[in-house]
Design a binder for this molecule. Structure first.
Ligand SMILES: *Cc1c(COP(=O)(O)O)cnc(C)c1O
Length: 220
């Protein structure tokens, strides 16, 4: 199938996953995934995928892929296929845990703002409810204080590992200002809300009691 268009829309569906959101069915032209994250789900490879429903676009992108050699190794492909078999049950558990973590954080005096599209007060909640069948597993919050308080928090975590990535079965905590977004100039970081008290959590599929106990202890 091919269609006339003025612009090509590309959706990064990495956080949502195809389990919770299907952008091609919502009208997008191209969907991209970091398969490093939920698709593989076990934090043991790096990969990506481009998903299309247009033959002409496919041929163009396929040529670029072939020419630059952006192809995964057989072993990484095997791991990805093995991981994706459990995508559905992993996503259900990620989301269930994330919702409970978000509600728990809202009640903590040392967590001053909580961001999760599953919360009623999140600015994207209504649109997420309309076009997604779930809200994913990434929860962010602002800790009361700054670098010192954030460092104390990370130092006390036992179940959550301090790491850059997300989407694996094990829970991760990320200090965005000094990790994922360190390369951004400070002004830009401030503008997009990546402040020194922002902490991003990738909620894993561990028992919820272990996650809440870990966060409660680190925040106390
Ligand atoms: C991690 C990530 C990427 C980059 O993917 P890599 O597999 O790390 O190269 C792109 N988009 C989103 C939303 C991501 O989370």
């Amino acid at each position: 199938m091919s269609r006339k268009r003025k612009a090509i829309s590309v959706v990064d569906n990495t956080f949502a996953t195809p389990y919770f959101q299907k952008p091609l069915l919502l009208g997008a032209d191209i969907v991209i995934h970091s398969t490093t994250k939920y698709i593989n789900g076990h934090s043991d490879l790096i990969g990506g995928a481009v998903i299309l429903n247009d033959d002409d676009l496919y041929e163009k992108i396929k040529l670029v892929q072939k020419s630059v050699g952006a192809v995964p190794s057989p072993f990484d492909s095997w791991l990805t296929l093995r991981g994706v078999k459990t995508l559905a049950i992993r996503m259900k558990q990620h989301e269930e845990n994330a919702m409970k973590v978000a509600r728990f954080l809202q009640k903590q005096p040392n967590a001053i703002e909580v961001y999760f599209p599953g919360l009623d007060d999140h600015p994207g909640h209504e649109i997420a409810k309309k076009q997604m069948t779930g809200f994913g597993g990434v929860v962010s919050f602002k800790i009361k204080g700054g670098i010192r308080e954030a460092n104390t928090f990370f130092g006390k975590l036992k179940v959550f590992q301090l790491a850059d990535s997300l989407g694996g079965v094990e829970s991760l905590a990320n200090y965005s200002a000094l990790m994922t977004h360190e390369a951004f100039p400070e002004e830009l970081r401030k503008k997009i809300g990546v402040t020194e008290n922002l902490i991003r959590l990738s909620i894993g599929i561990e028992h919820i009691d272990d996650l809440l106990a870990d966060l409660g202890n680190a925040l106390s």
